[in-house]
Design a protein around this ligand. Structure first.
Ligand code: CA
Ligand code: CA
Ligand code: CA
Length: 436
């Protein structure tokens, strides 16, 4: 397990009590963290068909996308474990997949389908190889999203100019109308117990949320702005407590987010070019970005306030993220294909990072004794002082003493995985050299 740093960036050596005061994410603007790096792995080409593959999604070991190799839109999926591609919509020749992006959660893919005339929401379960019709109302159901057992969409059954958000619960096998306001509610996104959407009940679009745990609807307090055009689905992304969107308030698109845990809005990008189409997973936001001339994928890690450029070929867009994998549509071969990278995150080894890690482990309870923590910090302060004096031998001796001390406390006042992490970091600090 990799512990995320929560102290302020580039701390001076600090005593335990002052470190505690800095726990919590920095949410004021974008601050680079030089103590942390993101390594982007080798790009993998998922599709090679000469026709279009676009609008990818990823969940677990499944990637899915919209594919026009048969002269219409189909849903395809790729299983990263078995390295096999499958046509999801092969099971029903009547399928007429719409142009709005499909969505995936776990083994389930949902999409809007025009086989019955006006669109309905359909679902395919990859593990059961089973298709299911979710809506049957004769009006349009579009812009679908899914999280676990909850499928949400924008539903037109209540009349023109009165879209509403509906939800189907696969566990309860019931459909629920989420919004009742007589204006338009559209572009829903869902994560666990929360669904968010764009709401036109006031003169400008706002973000609203419904919480399934307590049945309450609330407005997200942002000054968001879209350009005058109708925002395409998906306009919002949500994962856990993080809501992200592309915001036009500066006259160009930037990525903004709202953290429900801290009730704070944060601007993630401020480049005068366009940053669009955010996707979120596990505290990381990805988007497509034309700051380099063409379109590339970028990522921002919220825990460490670190941005990384994911692609550099200038023809990459529509990203999605799950865990440590990012997928996107890519024009490099002349017809869109789906590509993927895995990424890893690394703490830059330094005494300062070790101090932050000790503080974090105390905060998490992985170090459960204040005296032991103070002794760890005393070793680190002495090592840092030796480095400052130019005495690398003394610094190395002190860090080795630290390692021995951590080893002795492993399984006692320090949880074994935390001890292992401290020792690995100390060894990396030693390996990189201890010059001032
Ligand atoms: Ca409505
Ligand atoms: Ca921008
Ligand atoms: Ca292709």
């Amino acid at each position: 397990m990799r512990h995320r740093l929560t102290c302020a960036a580039v701390l001076p050596l600090c005593v335990l009590s002052s470190c505690h005061d800095t726990a919590g994410l920095e949410t004021k603007g974008v601050v680079a963290r030089p103590l942390f790096s993101i390594t982007i792995g080798a790009e993998e080409q998922i599709t090679t068909d000469p026709n279009r593959q676009d609008e990818p999604g990823i969940a677990g070991d499944y990637i899915m996308w919209v594919d026009d190799r048969h002269g219409r839109y189909d849903i395809y999926a790729f299983d990263l474990v078995s390295q096999t591609e499958m046509q999801v919509t092969a099971s029903n020749p009547n399928a007429q997949v719409g142009w709005m992006p499909p969505a995936i959660s776990g083994d389930r893919i949902v999409w809007e389908d025009y086989r019955n005339g006006a669109s309905d929401i359909y679902m395919f379960d990859l593990s059961e190889a089973h298709e299911r019709q979710i809506t049957s109302d004769k009006s349009s159901q579009i812009c679908t999203a899914i999280s676990g057992d909850r499928i949400v969409w924008d539903d037109r059954r209540n009349g023109t100019g009165n879209s509403d958000i509906y939800m189907f619960d696969l566990a309860a096998d019931t459909e629920t109308q989420i919004t009742v306001d007589p204006n338009n509610q559209h572009n829903p996104a869902v994560s666990d117990d929360r669904v968010v959407w764009l709401d036109s009940r006031y003169t400008s679009r706002r973000i609203f949320m419904y919480d399934f745990t307590d049945g309450t609807e609330s407005e997200i307090p942002t000054d968001l702005s879209f350009d005058p055009g109708k925002p395409l689905c998906p306009a919002l992304a949500i994962s856990g407590t993080v809501i992200a969107w592309a915001d036009y308030r500066s006259g160009n698109y930037d990525i903004y987010m709202f953290d429900l845990a801290t009730n704070t809005e944060t601007q993630i990008t401020d480049h005068p070019s366009n940053q669009r189409r955010p996707a979120v997973f596990g505290g990381r936001i990805v988007w497509d970005d034309d700051r380099d001339g063409g379109w590339n994928i970028y990522m921002f890690d919220l825990a460490t306030q670190t941005e990384a450029q994911v692609t550099s070929n200038g023809v990459a867009y529509n990203p999605a993220i799950f865990s440590d994998r990012i997928v996107w549509a890519d024009w490099r071969s002349g017809s869109e294909d789906i590509y993927m990278v895995a990424f890893s995150t690394t703490l830059e080894p330094s005494i300062e990072v070790m101090v932050e890690l000790v503080d974090q482990l105390v905060a998490e309870g992985a170090i459960d004794n204040t005296g032991v923590a103070h002794a760890f910090l005393a070793h680190l302060e002495q090592a840092a002082a030796a480095i400052d004096r130019g005495n690398s031998t003394a610094a190395e001796n002190k860090l080795n003493a630290f390692i021995n001390f951590v080893n002795a406390q492993s399984g006692k006042h320090v949880q074994p995985d935390a001890a292992q992490e401290l020792i690995e970091l100390a060894n990396r600090v030693i390996e990189q050299g201890l010059s001032p």
